[in-house]
Write a protein that binds this ligand. Structure first.
Ligand code: CTP
Length: 409
């Protein structure tokens, strides 16, 4: 409860003797405590004890000699107000808006949540007027910390005993904790996504180049990195089109439209068709560089010892997009290399007219295909080289999206 501001209103009830203990608990847990009392409460518990424990002056009168107590500011100061013990008399006045003492004036001015911990003898507790007043206060948004069964000041045992200080402190603590979490959550929710109203194209996964109806040339890309990038972009508010090669993975993200493809040619066509609408394009797919020159319509039969196939180059999607890129479009390519990494990455950056190339080196353990992790270095067109640590592919995707945001600004 560090730094939380708690305002306690004490009314005339024998249970007021428990309030110094409550104040001590709250102060010890880091809260700031201020106290207002009705004049009759001061006959049950010493204002001197309360001001010493709370380290604040206790306010009892509307005006003290020539000084007016600013009840409005006290009511606005608090994160939460607690009326404890709340006598039947004060509860009735609160329920009906009466304002003949400072405690009631503060309650009526309070803009914070108000908790009420009633305390009275059993018969008063059960009286219909008291119960109706509590219900009324409840409908106004006040929270009632129910009285308990136990020994009462009258010597009787029954309902009406104020909840113990520890329980009251716990209720306040829980409320303040929930309130902090709500504020944090709504602050996050309110944060405008950084790529709102942007459209992005992402390629992911392998491609399969068919030789005959049952055989193909493919690669071991899972699509995990590209899917993580698509999701990270969508999380930042982008409307994403994911052109996904044959992969066992996919995504259910509400802001990602998946276009499933098989071959490099299909991936090329899907990308070229929509690239002009895009603000961002990330080519994370492991596209086949070659495809069989001919595809047999029937299953090829086993015959000679040596089988020779002829391949032709596929269209380079990244290169094509780079050649047709408008100035507002940000284009990111990948380079998976096993040697001479930096040179090849820079060569791809230039030749494919990308804005940045994300390099994976096969020399790095935990990078590239077949891992949940990746280790990347990003080279951008301004000559920056940024090396990142080995991270989960989700975290790597966020780094790449951050780089895209930097490149766009
Ligand atoms: N790429 C593409 N279309 C292709 C081949 C590659 O869009 N037909 C893209 C990849 O998605 C990646 C980048 O180009 O973003 C580099 O791919 P890579 O296979 O590393 O390089 P290549 O250009 O194919 O060159 P090489 O295989 O000789 O390294």
């Amino acid at each position: 409860m560090k730094g939380k501001k708690i305002l306690i209103g004490i009314t005339g009830s024998i249970a007021a003797y428990k309030i110094p203990l409550l104040v001590r608990i709250l102060i010890k847990s880091g809260a700031e405590v201020k106290i207002v009392m009705t004049p009759s409460a001061a006959t049950f518990v010493s204002p001197l004890v309360l001001s010493t424990l709370s380290k604040n002056e206790v306010v009892i009168e509307m005006a003290n000699q020539h000084t007016w107590a600013n009840h409005v500011m006290l009511g606005r100061w608090a994160d939460v107000m607690l009326i404890a013990p709340a006598s039947s008399n004060t509860i009735a006045k609160m329920a009906h808006g009466l304002c003949d003492n400072i405690l009631l004036a503060v309650y009526l001015s309070a803009t914070c949540a108000v908790f009420i911990a009633p305390a009275m003898d059993e018969d008063m507790w059960h009286h219909a007027s008291l119960q109706n007043n509590l219900n009324l206060l409840n409908t106004y948004g006040n929270q009632i910390i129910a009285a308990q069964h136990g020994e009462l000041a009258s010597g009787l045992t029954g309902m009406g005993r104020m909840a113990e200080p520890e329980e009251i402190a716990e209720r306040l603590k829980q409320f303040l904790l929930d309130q902090t979490q709500d504020v944090n959550t709504s602050a996050q929710e309110k944060k405008e996504p950084r790529l709102a109203h942007k459209k992005a194209l992402v390629t992911a996964g392998p491609t399969y180049e068919y030789i005959d109806p049952v055989r193909f040339i493919g690669n071991i890309s899972s699509g995990k990195m590209g899917i993580a990038i698509a999701e990270a972009l969508a999380d930042e508010g982008c409307e994403v089109t994911l052109v996904l090669g044959p992969s066992s993975l996919s995504t259910q993200h509400a802001h990602i439209k998946v276009i499933p493809v098989m071959s490099a040619q299909q991936m090329y066509e899907a990308c070229v068709n929509c690239f002009h609408q895009m603000d961002i394009a990330v080519m994370a797919a492991a596209v086949a560089d070659y495809t069989p020159a001919t595809v047999s319509e029937i299953k090829t039969k086993k015959s000679s010892e040596l089988l020779t196939l002829q391949f032709i180059k596929t269209k380079d999607i990244l290169k094509h997009l780079g050649e047709n890129k408008a100035s507002h479009q940000t284009l990111i390519g990948f380079a998976l290399e096993s040697d001479n990494e930096k040179n090849y990455a820079l060569k791809k950056l230039k030749e494919k007219n990308a804005d940045a190339i994300v390099l994976n080196s096969l020399k790095d353990t935990g990078a590239g295909f077949m891992h949940d992790t990746n280790k990347i270095t990003i080279f951008d067109k301004s000559g920056n080289e940024t090396e990142y640590a080995l991270k989960s592919k989700t975290a790597v995707a966020k780094d790449i999206v951050q780089k895209i945001i930097d490149l766009q600004s």
